[in-house]
Design a protein around this ligand. Structure first.
Ligand code: SOE
Length: 394
């Protein structure tokens, strides 16, 4: 069997999730290529050496340019903050490497466009690219898309999507990289809003054509971090404080090109909601709803049934004929968040082996970036009509 030698840049939360996927994929799926965890790269020699050992990488490096240039690497997996995505991806594509890049694709439309154009040029030479919108690879989301495409809910009229987290509600939570525009590009909008933009476009087959938005930053100053890893961090305030330069929450209305209208909410201040991604579609013949906290299930309302039989049914999406599920356990035995990453690299490996282009492409991810940009432009200028205080008019 041929090998696909992977070089991964970054080893924090997404690096750990991707490492699990690369380690597991060939044990779960029969593929023509075997993923090889060749090298993991990070700036700190001691930390990346420890990560290599813990996450199962054969070697480690501290210079991503060395990884991108290596003849021992076939695919570069970018798991770094957004401010480095473009530079690394462009170099990897120029070196003829396949690229998997975490979402959002970049920190600006200009960078995302550059990456999409470079990916299109590299495609002519058989180079494959994918952006890591992993929730597409949850079987219940795949079923949602199948039901909509089959017309089972009819004309989609409403799209309702939220992505709710609460890990920075404490004002003493330090100023980690996700809270700095120069590193992350935006806040909740790009980090988790990007997921619901991509997911809703994926399941409806429609694209967002316009938005009206507002964003808010509830806590504008935070202690500088002493230590940070993933979504955890420590800081005692003695290192000083810094300005939060991104949104804590983004809310927007949207129109989609198939006629649906939509509401989106991405926030890190939904106290009690840890990773609450929910999407509901209402159509002329029914509705369908997905809740990531119940990720093995899909709710389906069939309005074509006799009225006496209508109601939201709870479909347990674990039968082997659902995408990916035959690789795992008997029906009713559930899968988790990490499986979506294994499914993601499974599809990437299969596409590379077949000489096909995987989805979502960099062009798909550029479209998401254009939506994020429109949301920020709208939030900065939307014609907000104030509601006069009632008492003032009586
Ligand atoms: C933090 O919000 C985060 O790790 C995102 O960056 C991921 O994309 C999401 O899947 C989980 O939460």
């Amino acid at each position: 069997m041929g090998q696909l030698r992977v070089g991964m840049i970054g080893y924090a939360f997404m690096g750990a999730a991707h490492s699990q996927a690369w380690r597991t994929v060939n044990h779960a799926f029969d593929l023509p290529l075997s993923a090889r965890l060749s090298v993991v790269c990070g700036r700190d020699e001691n930390k990346v050496a420890a990560a290599a050992s813990k996450l199962g990488w054969e070697s480690h490096a501290t210079d991503w340019r060395q990884v991108v240039a290596s003849d021992e690497v076939d695919l570069v997996d970018i798991c770094t903050p957004g401010d480095t995505h473009a530079e690394i991806a462009l170099a990897a594509l120029a070196a003829g490497k396949h690229v998997l890049c975490e979402k959002p694709l970049a920190n600006s439309v200009a960078e995302a466009r550059q990456m999409a154009e470079a990916a299109a040029a590299a495609q002519a030479h058989g180079v494959r690219t994918m952006c890591g919108f992993n929730y597409r690879r949850v079987p219940a989301v795949a079923l949602m898309r199948e039901l909509v495409a089959a017309g089972r809910i009819g004309t989609v009229r409403h799209v309702r999507a939220v992505y709710l987290q609460d890990w920075i509600v404490d004002p003493e939570f330090p100023l980690v990289w996700r809270l700095r525009r120069d590193v992350a590009g935006s806040g909740a909008l790009g980090d988790i809003g990007a997921h619901i933009v991509d997911l809703t476009q994926f399941v409806t087959g429609q694209q967002i054509t316009g938005v009206s938005a507002l964003t808010e930053t509830f806590v504008r100053e935070r202690p500088l971090p002493l230590e940070a890893a993933g979504l955890a961090a420590s800081g005692n305030g003695h290192a000083g404080s810094g300005e939060v330069t991104v949104d804590d929450a983004a809310l927007f209305l949207a129109r989609l090109d198939g006629g649906a209208i939509a509401t989106y909410e991405a926030t890190r201040f939904a106290t009690g909601r840890k990773n609450g991604l929910r999407v509901e579609l209402n159509g002329s013949l029914g509705s369908v709803a997905f809740d990531f906290e119940r990720m093995n299930e899909l709710e389906f309302y069939d309005a074509t049934l006799p009225t006496s039989e209508q109601g939201f049914s709870r479909i347990l999406v674990t039968e082997p004929d659902h995408p990916y599920m035959a690789a795992w356990w008997p029906a009713g035995h559930l899968i988790g968040y990490e499986h979506s990453f294994t499914h993601e690299v499974r599809d990437l490996i299969a596409a590379v082996a077949a000489g096909e282009d995987p989805a979502p492409s960099f062009a798909d991810a550029l479209q998401v970036q254009l939506v994020l940009d429109a949301v920020e432009k709208s939030a900065a200028s939307s014609a907000w009509v104030p509601v006069e205080a009632a008492l003032a008019t009586v």
